[in-house]
Every structure is written in C-alpha cells, then in structure tokens.
Design a protein around this ligand. Sequence first.
Ligand SMILES: C[S@@+](CC[C@H](N)C(=O)[O-])C[C@H]1O[C@@H](n2cnc3c(N)ncnc32)[C@H](O)[C@@H]1O
Length: 367
Amino acid sequence: MQLPTLREIFEAHDRLGSDKWTTYFGAYDDHFARFRERPITLLEIGIQNGGSLEIWAKYFANATRIVGCDIDEKCRDLTFEDPRISVVIGDANSANSYQAVTSDVAAFDIVIDDGSHLVSDVIQSFALYFPKVKPGGVYVIEDLHTSYWEGFGGGSDLDLSSMGFLKLLADVVNKEFWRDDRVGFNLLQNYASRYDVAVNDAGLEIDEVAFGNSVCIIRKKVLDGEENRRHITGNVFKVLDYTEVKPLSGSKELLNSLHITRNLMPATARQAEFVQLSATTLENVRRIEQLDAELRTVSTSANEALTQAQQEIASANDALASVNDALAHARQEIASLKNSYSWRLTAPLRYMRLTTPLRYVKAVFRH
Ligand SMILES: C[S@@+](CC[C@H](N)C(=O)[O-])C[C@H]1O[C@@H](n2cnc3c(N)ncnc32)[C@H](O)[C@@H]1O
C-alpha cells in the first residue's frame, strides 16, 4: 500500500499548527522513506505550536518516541493526544535540556533542528546532538536561508556561517581520501573555536550530506566494518585494460596497484590555505566585535551626556515657565487693581498730587 506523502499528511492535518517550507516535503519523502514503517525515535528542536510533532507521529506510524524541545515557556501548555509525544522545555543547547532529552531517549534515528536558526545555535546543536544520532540515522537542519542573513549571525560571504560549516561536512564525507594523521589537524577547527564546541572531522562518521533549498540532511555512517573498496566487473576492456587487476577486485591490493592510498596523503594545499584563511577571518571577526563593543561604549556615554543636557534644558524651561507664570499673574493683579472701584475713586488724588506742584511752578514763572 502506498503511504501518504508528507505533504498530504501536512495539508490534511487539523489539530496543532505547524510551519514548514514546500521544498522540505519532497526532500523528506526521499530521505525518510526507509524510516517510514520502522519503530524509530525522533527529536525536533523547536516545536512552537506543536503541530509538527503530531505530523511526525502520523508520518512515522510505528515511531516509538517523538521528543520535542523548545525554549518557549508557552510550549508547556501544549497537550498531545498521542502518548508517544513528549516535550522538554528549555534551551536545547543547555546542559539541563540535553540531559532531559537524552536521559529519556538514548539515541535518535532522526534529529531535526528547527530551533532559533542562529549560526551559533545551529553549530552548537549539531556538536551536541549529532553524536546522539544512531548509525544510519539522519540529522536535519531546516531554514538554512538564515545562514545568509546578518541578523542570524550569518552572511553570504562568511566562512563561519551554518552553510560554510555544512559545506565542510561534505569534505568530511570524503575524508579517507584527504585526511592525514597530523596531530591536531581539524578541518572544523575554526568553528570549534568560534562557537566553543567540541567538533572535529576526525570523530565524525558521515556518509552523505544532501542539500535542498534551505535544508540540509546529514546521514551518519553505519559502521559495519566494511571498507570502501574499488570493484571491477565485466570482461571487455577496450579503453583501459583491467584484465590483470580484475582478479584483485574489491581488495586492498587493488587499491595499492591503482596507486590509491588512504590516510596517507597530507592535507591538500587548498585545505591548509582554507584553514589559514579561516584563521584570518576569525581574527577579523573578533576585531570587528571588539570595535563594535568599543563603539557601543562610546555611544552609550554620548547618549548619557545627551540625556543629561536634555534634562538640564528641561529644568531651565520649567524655571522660565514659572517666571512667566509669575509675571502673568502680576500683570493680572495690576490690571484688576486698576479696574477696581477704589483705584478709580482715588484717581483725583493721584492727579492732584501730580499736578499741584506743576501748577505752582508754572505760576512762579508767569509772575
Ligand atoms: C520555526 S519555530 C518551530 C516550528 C515547528 N518546528 C514547526 O514545524 O511548526 C522555531 C521554534 O524554535 C524555538 N527555539 C528558539 N531557540 C531555541 C533553543 N535555543 N532551544 C529550543 N528551542 C528554541 C522557538 O521558541 C520556536 O518555537
């Protein structure tokens, strides 16, 4: 029987809300097909309204545990009818949440990071939870468009972004062909230092990194002991003759005879240059952060001085306003005094007091 697609389940869903991009549906149908009917465990970082957990429960009908983790306290009030679903409240990258998630379910077939999408969180979550993916399981990162956005700690030309990190994981897939055994060499060193995480290409067993629009799916290698060997079949070799080496097909000797060696080649010049360039980028990023902090300090004190000057102007304006009030009050009092009956009644007296001496002076001069 044909199982319903993720899109069909998503569109028919009628309980808690969920928010996914169209391009994820096909990518998930392709990469999750082998898990559809298995008793898997799944972790989703960032659940918001909780609907995606319900949708995963329908999509993986035989899943045994579906765990969500969200930093938002409001997620505590979400209720789920399916007993396989549980939620941990807290920052997925904190020790407490990590403990709560992993003490309950020891390892996951699928981990989906749909959390903050900040570059620092994406890389810290990968460093924490990729080790908890079962061999053959997948680690998924959604909304990678944020890797190009400054507000999320990214940038389109920034090596130290989520996409920059994931592109290096594509090299990790092929590490048997380039990795050398120099002590301390770590292709991911700059990310480890920048985001303060223990992530080292030497410890990562990855056999596929698939990129879709805004999504990356990383598959953990199954360590079944089988080495990658070169195999030769067929009997007709018209272009390059393998007749002599064909009996060695699939053996280490064949690799040697074809001059393919592994774990012996030094890191390529490009990788060394990349590590050097990234170190310079890291230095520049640190300098920018330092200048930014200095700028913030200067602008804080300038703002404080401005606030103080504004306060002083405001109190001078208050003082001026009270002087003006007092003046207006005095004028009003003078006006009402002049309009008063007693002022008008005493007007002749004031007139006489003024005019009598004048008249006397005039009389003296006339005679
Ligand atoms: C895009 S929403 C998740 C949507 C949900 N997965 C869905 O498909 O419908 C992102 C969620 O991540 C949560 N979040 C942000 N930072 C987090 C962190 N450090 N740890 C756990 N959750 C986080 C936010 O609270 C928010 O609810």
